[in-house]
Design a protein around this ligand. Structure first.
Ligand SMILES: [Zn+2]
Ligand SMILES: [Zn+2]
Length: 274
């Protein structure tokens, strides 16, 4: 795919507020857009490189279902495209699936993660058809998209700041026609690493080893909203912001975290919506 480029920040927060020194991080925006990526390409909602000898995951816990629900592919990311992902030793493919059914009152999809070594996968499994729309939340079944990873520097989302700094930087931005929340802090949309764009208060999980977990991936309902598009829609277009076709709860996001000390533990998911 052609490159997709985020506009530069409209204001230099770090030049004016010394509190932001050292706070900038790099995130990899994945920019999902409708396409037909192959099984050996990174994708959202596309085909997964799945070994023939391994059963495709299913979920038996959906509401009102006698038959198990086939999990749907959400992301496949190769190390050659996003080496920033913390691939456990010997692996170079990351795969995320989730169950697209609702579980009782719980509106979050149930995730499954695989880390694989591409070279060790022999015969491939034909990926199953996604479940019928009437059986699941169709807003939890992503459209097939290609990815165009782009590295962007970003600052902590406002809920990570103390209230005094948050008020000062937002007032300063507003005087200049912008918002720290919507335009100058953490990138919106589906991305790897960097600062989570929290919808509610920050919720960093703590690992059983006592370490605060680090942000791995956000899968967002959309790439920007009615305000944040001014900064986070790519240069030259506002198309593609809803290409993934997801709506998680009420415009929510699924945030995945890993423990830097326990790289073989499965990632932990946090769901937030407005
Ligand atoms: Zn389920
Ligand atoms: Zn740990």
């Amino acid at each position: 795919m052609g490159s997709i480029v985020t506009p530069p920040p409209p204001l230099a927060v770090e030049d004016v507020f010394s509190e932001f020194a050292g706070q900038s991080k790099t995130t990899v925006r994945l920019h999902p857009r409708r396409a037909y990526p192959g099984v050996r390409e990174s994708s959202l909602g596309g085909l997964l490189l799945w070994p023939a000898e391994e059963a495709w995951p299913e979920c038996a816990a959906g509401d009102d279902h006698d038959e198990p629900i086939v999990l749907v592919a959400v992301l496949q990311i190769f190390a050659r495209d996003v080496p920033e992902l913390p691939f456990p030793n010997g692996t170079d493919v990351f795969q995320l699936l989730w169950c697209p059914a609702l579980h009782d009152e719980d509106c979050r999809p149930r995730p499954v993660v695989r880390w694989r070594a591409e070279a060790s996968i022999g015969e491939l499994l034909d990926n199953p058809e996604p479940p019928d729309d009437e059986d699941v939340e169709d807003n939890h079944v992503p459209n097939i998209c290609g990815l165009s990873p782009e590295r962007v520097r970003e600052l902590p989302y406002p809920w990570e700041l103390d209230a005094d700094l948050r008020d000062r930087v937002e007032a300063w931005a507003k005087e200049r026609g912008w918002s720290y929340f919507a335009h100058l802090s953490a990138a919106s949309g589906t991305k790897v690493g960097g600062w989570p764009q929290w919808i509610q208060d920050p919720e960093y999980p703590v690992c059983h080893c006592g370490t605060t977990m680090t942000h791995l991936i956000t899968v967002a309902s959309g790439e920007w909203d009615g305000e944040s598009w001014r900064r986070w829609s790519p240069e030259g277009t506002v198309d593609g912001g809803e290409a993934a076709g997801l709506c998680l709860g009420d415009g929510g996001s699924n945030y995945f975290f890993t423990c830097p000390r326990c790289p073989n533990d499965p990632p932990v998911m946090v769901f937030q919506c407005s």
